[in-house]
Design a protein around this ligand. Structure first.
Ligand code: GLV
Ligand code: MN
Ligand code: MN
Ligand code: MN
Length: 394
């Protein structure tokens, strides 16, 4: 099943994946999920927010054990971030059924929609909507780079956006959610292929708009320019310094320039900041300092700076009892923190939630070079099967 998914949305040029919410490659991934569900005799369900579910047992019974992840990617993402969790969930279920396990709780595999936020700018849209962390009104306002609204994109892909919104009843029937994910740092050592997540750092996305004045690159004197590119560049450098001195992270990984011509001074530079820290006070301070630097540089350059917070996820401490239970079941595996966001982090506000990490030998992620060894992936499946057996079968 892994091999079937591998070519979907893969760029021949970069070797990375471009599976963005509600587009062609995402549709193929979703068709794959449905086939996996139906070929196993699992009941396939699409929820009101476009998340896909595959049920063994009665979805209405309550106290369900749910596992899964996402199938979308960042632009030029790796093969594992997301899909490893979904594939491992089906594989773990196969393993339990082949051993003749008797299930006493309903069990579901889930594929959450638009985890990476690559298209509409907000990560984990499917799980945020279901948990009520993103409102229907906010979701209806989201647009992609071409100006397409989220509900229109859903509709074009054949999904009805009319019902999107908090899915309290459904989440109320979930007793535990466990997401397996490739580790995105290098916390797991030689003899530790699998770990349990402790906490997710608070993180968010901020958009900085630097408004300058378009003008001729060949005729405008340096002192007459109002060049937003300068203020942007200075802000990028300031962000690194502020983050470094606070022990936090700050990344400008996406930028849009208008009019984007080689021989024109830009009128607008829009840069997106992703910032994360171990605690919220530090994160807030770093973002305030970066904002102050942007305003100061804008003042120097005759550029007006506008700041929009696009999303924010507070610190997530995973359910202590569930986490301890996983660690006990797996016999003393390490507990690690992470700076990466996950659907599990969103669901943790509504449902007892835990995560398993599979070793990433290089720590590289959100890149075509992301990798995990096959033996480690199999260890991940075995660990997940063990955990699901403990939760659902005894
Ligand atoms: C999601 O992968 C994120 O943490 O950016
Ligand atoms: Mn990711
Ligand atoms: Mn992911
Ligand atoms: Mn993620």
């Amino acid at each position: 099943m892994w091999a079937e998914l591998l070519p979907v949305g893969r760029s021949a040029a970069s070797g990375g994946y471009r599976r963005h919410a509600w587009d062609g490659a995402d549709a193929e991934c979703r068709a794959w999920f449905r086939e996996q569900a139906e070929s196993r005799g699992l009941a396939y369900e699409l929820d009101r927010n476009g998340n896909q579910w595959a049920w063994l047992g009665d979805p209405e019974a309550g106290d369900a054990v749910v596992t899964g992840s996402h199938l979308d990617s960042v632009p030029d993402g790796g093969a594992y971030d997301g899909p490893l969790g979904v594939v491992s969930s089906f594989a773990a279920l196969d393993e339990l059924r082949s051993r003749g396990a008797e299930f006493r709780r309903p069990l579901a595999v889930v594929n959450f929609g638009d985890e990476e936020g690559a298209r509409f700018g907000v990560a984990c849209i499917g799980s945020r909507l279901s948990a009520g962390v993103l409102s229907r009104e906010q979701a209806f306002e989201l647009r992609d780079a071409r100006g397409t609204r989220l509900p229109d994109a859903m509709e074009k892909a054949g999904y009805d956006p009319a019902a999107i919104g908090a899915d309290t009843d459904r989440l109320g029937r979930v007793g535990a959610f466990v997401e397996l994910h490739v580790e995105q740092g290098r916390y797991l050592t030689e003899d530790q292929p699998v770990g349990v997540a402790g906490a997710i750092w608070p993180h968010g996305r901020w958009r900085f708009d630097f408004h300058g004045e378009a003008n001729h690159a060949g005729t405008t004197r340096i002192e007459d320019r109002r060049d937003p590119m300068l203020s942007y560049a200075s802000t990028v450098l300031a962000a690194r310094e502020r983050a470094r001195s606070a022990g936090a992270l700050a990344t400008f990984g996406k930028v849009a320039v208008e009019p984007n011509g080689t021989n024109a001074i830009a009128s607008l530079v829009r840069g997106w900041l992703d910032s994360r820290a171990a605690d919220e006070a530090t994160l807030q301070r770093v973002v305030e300092e970066i904002t102050a630097a942007a305003v100061e540089h804008g003042g120097r350059d005759g550029v007006r700076v506008e700041l929009t917070r696009e999303s924010f996820t507070p610190v997530v401490e995973f359910d202590q009892a569930l986490r301890d239970r996983l660690a006990r079941t797996l016999g003393g595996v390490p507990v690690l923190p992470t700076g990466a966001g996950h659907d599990a982090g969103i669901l943790a506000s509504a449902v007892p939630t835990a995560m398993l990490f599979v070793r990433n030998p290089t720590g590289v992620s959100h890149s075509p070079a992301e990798h995990a060894e096959e033996a480690d992936c199999l260890a991940g499946v075995a660990a997940l099967a063990h955990v699901l057996e403990d939760l659902a079968c005894r």
